[in-house]
Ligand binder design. Structure first.
Ligand code: ATP
Length: 382
Protein backbone atom coordinates (compact mmCIF):
# COMPACT_ATOMS: atom_id res chain seq x y z
CA UNK A 1 0.00 0.00 0.00
CA UNK A 2 1.30 3.47 -0.83
CA UNK A 3 1.65 3.57 -4.62
CA UNK A 4 0.79 6.95 -6.10
CA UNK A 5 -0.16 7.66 -9.70
CA UNK A 6 0.10 11.21 -10.95
CA UNK A 7 -1.65 11.30 -14.28
CA UNK A 8 -1.54 14.32 -16.65
CA UNK A 9 -1.73 16.65 -13.68
CA UNK A 10 -2.24 20.34 -14.40
CA UNK A 11 -2.79 23.25 -12.01
CA UNK A 12 -3.63 26.77 -13.11
CA UNK A 13 -3.82 29.85 -10.90
CA UNK A 14 -5.63 32.34 -13.19
CA UNK A 15 -3.24 32.65 -16.13
CA UNK A 16 -0.25 31.01 -14.38
CA UNK A 17 0.21 27.35 -15.28
CA UNK A 18 2.01 26.18 -12.14
CA UNK A 19 1.99 22.47 -13.09
CA UNK A 20 1.68 21.49 -16.72
CA UNK A 21 0.58 17.98 -17.67
CA UNK A 22 2.85 16.08 -15.28
CA UNK A 23 2.67 12.27 -15.14
CA UNK A 24 4.68 9.97 -12.87
CA UNK A 25 4.12 6.59 -11.25
CA UNK A 26 5.49 6.43 -7.70
CA UNK A 27 6.04 2.92 -6.40
CA UNK A 28 5.10 1.73 -2.95
CA UNK A 29 8.04 2.41 -0.59
CA UNK A 30 9.87 4.58 -3.08
CA UNK A 31 11.79 7.76 -2.15
CA UNK A 32 10.93 10.15 -4.96
CA UNK A 33 12.40 13.65 -5.02
CA UNK A 34 10.86 16.52 -6.96
CA UNK A 35 13.64 18.93 -7.82
CA UNK A 36 13.93 22.09 -9.88
CA UNK A 37 14.51 25.83 -9.63
CA UNK A 38 12.28 28.16 -7.63
CA UNK A 39 8.80 28.50 -9.12
CA UNK A 40 8.95 25.34 -11.25
CA UNK A 41 5.83 23.84 -9.62
CA UNK A 42 7.28 21.38 -7.09
CA UNK A 43 5.33 22.61 -4.07
CA UNK A 44 2.10 22.88 -6.02
CA UNK A 45 2.50 19.26 -7.16
CA UNK A 46 3.13 18.13 -3.58
CA UNK A 47 0.17 20.14 -2.29
CA UNK A 48 -2.11 18.44 -4.82
CA UNK A 49 -0.87 15.03 -3.64
CA UNK A 50 -1.53 16.15 -0.05
CA UNK A 51 -5.04 17.33 -0.90
CA UNK A 52 -4.30 20.99 -0.10
CA UNK A 53 -4.91 22.05 -3.73
CA UNK A 54 -7.41 20.66 -6.22
CA UNK A 55 -6.05 19.79 -9.68
CA UNK A 56 -7.33 21.83 -12.63
CA UNK A 57 -6.95 18.75 -14.82
CA UNK A 58 -5.64 15.22 -14.49
CA UNK A 59 -5.84 12.64 -11.74
CA UNK A 60 -4.09 11.56 -8.57
CA UNK A 61 -4.60 7.96 -7.48
CA UNK A 62 -3.50 6.23 -4.28
CA UNK A 63 -3.26 2.49 -4.91
CA UNK A 64 -5.40 2.94 -8.00
CA UNK A 65 -8.14 4.89 -6.25
CA UNK A 66 -8.94 8.43 -7.40
CA UNK A 67 -8.30 10.92 -4.58
CA UNK A 68 -8.65 14.27 -6.42
CA UNK A 69 -11.49 15.34 -4.14
CA UNK A 70 -10.50 13.45 -0.97
CA UNK A 71 -9.71 15.76 1.96
CA UNK A 72 -6.16 15.59 3.40
CA UNK A 73 -7.30 13.90 6.64
CA UNK A 74 -8.67 10.97 4.64
CA UNK A 75 -5.54 10.44 2.52
CA UNK A 76 -3.32 8.83 5.18
CA UNK A 77 -0.42 11.14 4.39
CA UNK A 78 1.85 12.91 6.89
CA UNK A 79 3.56 16.15 5.98
CA UNK A 80 6.81 17.77 7.06
CA UNK A 81 7.51 21.35 6.02
CA UNK A 82 10.45 23.72 6.05
CA UNK A 83 9.23 25.57 9.14
CA UNK A 84 8.81 22.94 11.79
CA UNK A 85 5.52 24.45 13.02
CA UNK A 86 5.89 22.90 16.48
CA UNK A 87 3.59 24.09 19.26
CA UNK A 88 5.88 26.30 21.40
CA UNK A 89 3.89 25.89 24.62
CA UNK A 90 3.90 22.07 24.44
CA UNK A 91 6.78 19.78 25.37
CA UNK A 92 8.33 17.49 22.78
CA UNK A 93 6.19 14.69 24.20
CA UNK A 94 3.08 16.86 23.79
CA UNK A 95 4.01 17.78 20.24
CA UNK A 96 4.57 14.17 19.27
CA UNK A 97 1.43 13.00 21.00
CA UNK A 98 -0.58 15.69 19.27
CA UNK A 99 0.01 13.84 15.99
CA UNK A 100 -1.99 10.95 17.46
CA UNK A 101 -4.89 12.99 18.87
CA UNK A 102 -7.13 12.10 15.98
CA UNK A 103 -6.33 8.39 16.07
CA UNK A 104 -9.33 6.83 17.82
CA UNK A 105 -7.75 3.36 17.84
CA UNK A 106 -5.11 4.33 20.41
CA UNK A 107 -5.61 4.37 24.17
CA UNK A 108 -3.71 7.03 26.09
CA UNK A 109 -1.15 4.48 27.28
CA UNK A 110 -0.65 3.26 23.72
CA UNK A 111 -0.12 6.85 22.57
CA UNK A 112 2.62 7.29 25.19
CA UNK A 113 4.21 4.02 24.14
CA UNK A 114 4.20 5.00 20.47
CA UNK A 115 5.67 8.45 21.24
CA UNK A 116 8.52 6.87 23.17
CA UNK A 117 9.16 4.34 20.43
CA UNK A 118 9.46 7.08 17.80
CA UNK A 119 11.52 9.32 20.09
CA UNK A 120 14.01 6.44 20.48
CA UNK A 121 14.08 5.90 16.73
CA UNK A 122 14.99 9.57 16.22
CA UNK A 123 17.37 9.72 19.14
CA UNK A 124 15.38 12.40 20.98
CA UNK A 125 14.21 10.19 23.88
CA UNK A 126 16.11 12.39 26.37
CA UNK A 127 14.39 15.56 25.13
CA UNK A 128 10.76 14.56 25.66
CA UNK A 129 10.13 16.99 28.52
CA UNK A 130 11.71 20.03 26.83
CA UNK A 131 9.85 22.74 24.93
CA UNK A 132 10.76 23.52 21.29
CA UNK A 133 12.46 26.80 22.33
CA UNK A 134 14.97 24.75 24.32
CA UNK A 135 16.03 22.67 21.30
CA UNK A 136 18.57 23.22 18.52
CA UNK A 137 17.36 23.53 14.91
CA UNK A 138 18.33 19.93 14.17
CA UNK A 139 16.50 18.65 17.25
CA UNK A 140 13.39 20.65 16.32
CA UNK A 141 13.51 19.17 12.84
CA UNK A 142 13.69 15.67 14.34
CA UNK A 143 10.60 16.42 16.44
CA UNK A 144 8.76 17.62 13.32
CA UNK A 145 9.74 14.37 11.60
CA UNK A 146 8.68 12.42 14.68
CA UNK A 147 5.26 14.01 14.60
CA UNK A 148 4.84 12.70 11.05
CA UNK A 149 6.22 9.25 11.88
CA UNK A 150 4.10 8.55 15.00
CA UNK A 151 1.00 8.34 12.85
CA UNK A 152 2.49 5.50 10.80
CA UNK A 153 1.08 6.90 7.53
CA UNK A 154 1.08 5.31 4.08
CA UNK A 155 2.87 8.30 2.57
CA UNK A 156 5.29 11.00 3.76
CA UNK A 157 5.21 14.34 1.96
CA UNK A 158 8.16 16.60 2.71
CA UNK A 159 8.71 20.14 1.44
CA UNK A 160 12.31 21.35 1.89
CA UNK A 161 12.40 19.94 5.44
CA UNK A 162 16.14 20.51 5.85
CA UNK A 163 16.57 23.97 4.39
CA UNK A 164 16.58 25.80 7.74
CA UNK A 165 19.56 23.80 8.97
CA UNK A 166 23.22 24.72 8.56
CA UNK A 167 25.25 22.89 5.91
CA UNK A 168 26.85 20.32 8.22
CA UNK A 169 23.64 19.41 9.99
CA UNK A 170 21.84 19.24 6.68
CA UNK A 171 24.34 16.68 5.41
CA UNK A 172 23.93 14.65 8.61
CA UNK A 173 20.13 14.79 8.52
CA UNK A 174 20.20 13.81 4.85
CA UNK A 175 21.84 10.52 5.74
CA UNK A 176 19.58 9.99 8.74
CA UNK A 177 16.43 10.64 6.76
CA UNK A 178 17.54 8.26 4.08
CA UNK A 179 18.24 5.49 6.62
CA UNK A 180 14.95 6.17 8.34
CA UNK A 181 13.02 5.98 5.11
CA UNK A 182 14.75 2.71 4.29
CA UNK A 183 13.85 1.34 7.70
CA UNK A 184 10.22 2.51 7.67
CA UNK A 185 9.73 1.67 4.00
CA UNK A 186 7.06 4.35 3.59
CA UNK A 187 6.49 5.97 0.18
CA UNK A 188 8.06 9.42 0.39
CA UNK A 189 7.68 12.40 -1.93
CA UNK A 190 10.29 15.03 -1.10
CA UNK A 191 10.55 18.52 -2.58
CA UNK A 192 13.84 20.40 -2.81
CA UNK A 193 15.60 22.91 -5.03
CA UNK A 194 18.94 21.43 -3.94
CA UNK A 195 20.29 19.00 -6.52
CA UNK A 196 22.78 17.50 -4.03
CA UNK A 197 19.91 16.56 -1.73
CA UNK A 198 18.01 15.10 -4.66
CA UNK A 199 21.00 13.13 -5.95
CA UNK A 200 22.03 11.69 -2.61
CA UNK A 201 18.65 10.80 -1.13
CA UNK A 202 16.35 9.69 -3.89
CA UNK A 203 15.57 6.34 -5.43
CA UNK A 204 14.39 8.34 -8.41
CA UNK A 205 14.17 12.03 -9.03
CA UNK A 206 11.83 14.16 -11.10
CA UNK A 207 13.39 17.28 -12.59
CA UNK A 208 10.86 20.05 -13.26
CA UNK A 209 11.13 23.38 -15.04
CA UNK A 210 8.39 25.92 -15.72
CA UNK A 211 5.70 23.52 -14.51
CA UNK A 212 6.81 20.78 -16.88
CA UNK A 213 8.42 17.47 -16.09
CA UNK A 214 11.81 17.36 -17.81
CA UNK A 215 13.00 13.89 -16.86
CA UNK A 216 12.39 11.19 -14.29
CA UNK A 217 14.95 8.55 -13.38
CA UNK A 218 17.61 7.31 -10.98
CA UNK A 219 20.12 10.01 -9.96
CA UNK A 220 23.04 8.64 -11.97
CA UNK A 221 20.85 8.05 -14.99
CA UNK A 222 19.97 11.75 -15.01
CA UNK A 223 23.57 12.73 -14.39
CA UNK A 224 25.03 10.68 -17.23
CA UNK A 225 22.11 10.52 -19.61
CA UNK A 226 20.26 13.84 -19.38
CA UNK A 227 17.41 14.18 -21.81
CA UNK A 228 18.13 17.84 -22.49
CA UNK A 229 20.44 20.73 -21.71
CA UNK A 230 18.30 21.92 -18.80
CA UNK A 231 18.70 18.63 -16.90
CA UNK A 232 22.40 18.43 -17.82
CA UNK A 233 22.97 21.91 -16.40
CA UNK A 234 20.79 21.54 -13.31
CA UNK A 235 22.31 18.26 -12.11
CA UNK A 236 25.97 18.44 -11.07
CA UNK A 237 28.08 21.00 -9.22
CA UNK A 238 30.07 22.67 -10.72
CA UNK A 239 27.73 22.47 -13.67
CA UNK A 240 28.46 20.81 -17.01
CA UNK A 241 30.38 23.09 -19.40
CA UNK A 242 28.57 24.08 -22.58
CA UNK A 243 30.14 25.39 -25.78
CA UNK A 244 27.66 26.80 -28.29
CA UNK A 245 28.56 26.31 -31.93
CA UNK A 246 27.45 24.52 -35.03
CA UNK A 247 27.75 21.34 -37.04
CA UNK A 248 30.62 21.78 -39.49
CA UNK A 249 34.16 20.84 -40.49
CA UNK A 250 34.87 17.31 -39.22
CA UNK A 251 32.31 17.59 -36.43
CA UNK A 252 31.70 20.60 -34.20
CA UNK A 253 32.82 24.17 -34.81
CA UNK A 254 32.65 27.27 -32.62
CA UNK A 255 34.60 30.50 -32.30
CA UNK A 256 36.95 28.90 -29.83
CA UNK A 257 36.78 25.16 -30.39
CA UNK A 258 36.93 22.89 -33.43
CA UNK A 259 36.19 19.36 -32.39
CA UNK A 260 36.30 16.40 -34.80
CA UNK A 261 33.81 13.55 -34.30
CA UNK A 262 34.47 9.85 -34.56
CA UNK A 263 31.95 7.59 -36.29
CA UNK A 264 29.95 6.81 -33.09
CA UNK A 265 29.30 10.48 -32.42
CA UNK A 266 28.82 11.19 -36.10
CA UNK A 267 25.88 8.79 -36.21
CA UNK A 268 24.19 10.60 -33.26
CA UNK A 269 24.13 13.90 -35.14
CA UNK A 270 23.35 12.51 -38.59
CA UNK A 271 20.06 14.42 -38.66
CA UNK A 272 21.88 17.78 -38.55
CA UNK A 273 23.24 19.51 -41.63
CA UNK A 274 26.31 21.73 -41.89
CA UNK A 275 25.69 25.03 -40.09
CA UNK A 276 22.92 23.69 -37.81
CA UNK A 277 23.27 24.92 -34.25
CA UNK A 278 24.87 22.43 -31.88
CA UNK A 279 26.04 22.64 -28.26
CA UNK A 280 28.89 20.57 -26.91
CA UNK A 281 28.74 19.63 -23.21
CA UNK A 282 31.51 18.26 -20.99
CA UNK A 283 31.49 17.67 -17.23
CA UNK A 284 34.33 19.36 -15.29
CA UNK A 285 35.67 16.07 -13.92
CA UNK A 286 35.99 14.60 -17.42
CA UNK A 287 38.35 17.29 -18.68
CA UNK A 288 41.99 16.21 -18.68
CA UNK A 289 44.73 18.73 -17.86
CA UNK A 290 48.35 18.20 -18.95
CA UNK A 291 51.45 20.29 -18.24
CA UNK A 292 53.50 18.72 -20.98
CA UNK A 293 52.72 17.96 -24.63
CA UNK A 294 54.75 14.75 -24.36
CA UNK A 295 52.12 13.25 -22.02
CA UNK A 296 49.07 13.77 -24.17
CA UNK A 297 47.41 12.42 -27.26
CA UNK A 298 47.05 15.75 -29.07
CA UNK A 299 43.74 15.04 -30.75
CA UNK A 300 40.86 16.87 -29.04
CA UNK A 301 43.40 18.96 -27.12
CA UNK A 302 43.76 22.75 -26.95
CA UNK A 303 46.12 25.06 -25.07
CA UNK A 304 44.31 27.09 -22.41
CA UNK A 305 45.28 29.47 -19.64
CA UNK A 306 44.29 29.06 -16.00
CA UNK A 307 42.37 32.12 -14.77
CA UNK A 308 41.30 30.99 -11.30
CA UNK A 309 42.02 27.98 -9.08
CA UNK A 310 39.61 27.17 -6.26
CA UNK A 311 41.29 24.67 -3.91
CA UNK A 312 38.65 22.53 -2.19
CA UNK A 313 41.13 20.20 -0.50
CA UNK A 314 39.99 16.97 -2.13
CA UNK A 315 40.01 18.62 -5.54
CA UNK A 316 40.81 21.85 -7.36
CA UNK A 317 38.18 23.65 -9.40
CA UNK A 318 40.18 25.10 -12.28
CA UNK A 319 38.81 27.91 -14.48
CA UNK A 320 40.30 28.03 -17.95
CA UNK A 321 40.24 30.40 -20.88
CA UNK A 322 41.28 29.83 -24.47
CA UNK A 323 44.52 31.63 -25.24
CA UNK A 324 43.09 33.69 -28.03
CA UNK A 325 39.67 34.15 -26.48
CA UNK A 326 38.47 37.72 -26.23
CA UNK A 327 35.15 36.76 -24.70
CA UNK A 328 35.01 34.95 -21.36
CA UNK A 329 31.82 33.15 -22.36
CA UNK A 330 33.52 30.07 -23.73
CA UNK A 331 35.66 29.38 -20.68
CA UNK A 332 35.73 25.87 -19.30
CA UNK A 333 35.74 24.71 -15.69
CA UNK A 334 37.70 21.56 -14.91
CA UNK A 335 38.24 19.56 -11.76
CA UNK A 336 41.67 18.22 -10.93
CA UNK A 337 43.10 16.17 -8.09
CA UNK A 338 43.45 18.15 -4.84
CA UNK A 339 47.10 17.17 -4.37
CA UNK A 340 48.13 18.60 -7.71
CA UNK A 341 49.49 22.15 -7.68
CA UNK A 342 48.08 24.33 -10.43
CA UNK A 343 49.06 27.99 -10.61
CA UNK A 344 46.89 30.83 -11.85
CA UNK A 345 48.25 32.00 -15.21
CA UNK A 346 49.70 28.58 -16.10
CA UNK A 347 49.25 27.38 -19.66
CA UNK A 348 47.91 23.85 -19.81
CA UNK A 349 46.98 21.40 -22.51
CA UNK A 350 43.32 20.69 -22.07
CA UNK A 351 41.86 17.49 -23.50
CA UNK A 352 38.16 16.90 -23.95
CA UNK A 353 37.87 13.11 -24.30
CA UNK A 354 35.42 12.07 -27.05
CA UNK A 355 33.89 9.31 -24.91
CA UNK A 356 32.81 11.91 -22.31
CA UNK A 357 31.14 14.55 -24.46
CA UNK A 358 27.42 15.32 -24.67
CA UNK A 359 25.80 17.02 -27.66
CA UNK A 360 22.60 19.03 -27.60
CA UNK A 361 20.50 20.42 -30.39
CA UNK A 362 21.36 24.14 -30.33
CA UNK A 363 17.76 25.17 -31.01
CA UNK A 364 15.67 22.80 -28.87
CA UNK A 365 18.25 21.82 -26.21
CA UNK A 366 17.35 18.14 -26.71
CA UNK A 367 20.21 15.70 -26.09
CA UNK A 368 21.47 14.16 -29.32
CA UNK A 369 24.34 12.23 -27.81
CA UNK A 370 25.28 11.37 -24.23
CA UNK A 371 28.63 10.27 -22.86
CA UNK A 372 29.55 6.63 -23.16
CA UNK A 373 29.54 4.59 -19.97
CA UNK A 374 31.63 1.52 -19.21
CA UNK A 375 28.73 -0.66 -20.17
CA UNK A 376 28.50 0.96 -23.61
CA UNK A 377 30.45 -0.08 -26.62
CA UNK A 378 33.72 1.84 -26.75
CA UNK A 379 33.94 4.51 -29.44
CA UNK A 380 35.91 3.94 -32.59
CA UNK A 381 38.92 6.22 -32.22
CA UNK A 382 40.01 8.56 -35.00
P1 ATP B 1 9.82 27.28 -4.59
O1 ATP B 1 11.01 26.37 -4.62
O2 ATP B 1 10.18 28.74 -4.72
O3 ATP B 1 8.87 27.00 -3.47
P2 ATP B 1 8.16 25.73 -6.43
O4 ATP B 1 8.89 25.01 -7.49
O5 ATP B 1 7.71 24.96 -5.26
O6 ATP B 1 8.99 27.00 -5.97
P3 ATP B 1 5.42 26.54 -6.70
O7 ATP B 1 5.33 27.11 -5.33
O8 ATP B 1 4.75 25.24 -6.96
O9 ATP B 1 6.93 26.43 -7.16
O10 ATP B 1 4.86 27.63 -7.72
C1 ATP B 1 4.75 27.40 -9.11
C2 ATP B 1 4.17 28.65 -9.77
O11 ATP B 1 2.81 28.83 -9.37
C3 ATP B 1 4.88 29.93 -9.43
O12 ATP B 1 4.91 30.75 -10.57
C4 ATP B 1 4.01 30.53 -8.35
O13 ATP B 1 4.13 31.93 -8.33
C5 ATP B 1 2.63 30.09 -8.77
N1 ATP B 1 1.71 29.90 -7.62
C6 ATP B 1 1.87 29.02 -6.60
N2 ATP B 1 0.84 29.11 -5.74
C7 ATP B 1 0.03 30.09 -6.19
C8 ATP B 1 -1.21 30.66 -5.74
N3 ATP B 1 -1.82 30.22 -4.64
N4 ATP B 1 -1.76 31.66 -6.49
C9 ATP B 1 -1.15 32.07 -7.62
N5 ATP B 1 -0.01 31.58 -8.12
C10 ATP B 1 0.60 30.61 -7.42
Amino acid sequence: MGAITIDSLTKRFDDVVAVDDVSVEIEDGEFLVLVGPSGCGKTTTLRMVAGLETPSEGAIRFDGELVNYTVPQDRDVAMVFQDYALYPHMTVRGNLKFGLEEEPDYTDAERDERVEEVAELLDIGNLLERKPGELSGGQQQRVALGRAIVRDPEVFLMDEPLSNLDAKLRAQMRTELQQLQDQLDVTTVYVTHDQTEAMTMSDRMVVMNDGELQQVGAPLELYHEPTNRFVAEFIGEPSMNFVDGQRGGDGFESETLDYPFDSTIESSVASLGDGDRLTLGIRPEDIELYDDAADVDVSHTEAMTVTVVEPMGNENVVHLTYDDSETRGDDLIAISDGLRTIETGAELLVRIPPEAIHLFDGDTGDALHNRLLETDEQPVTQ
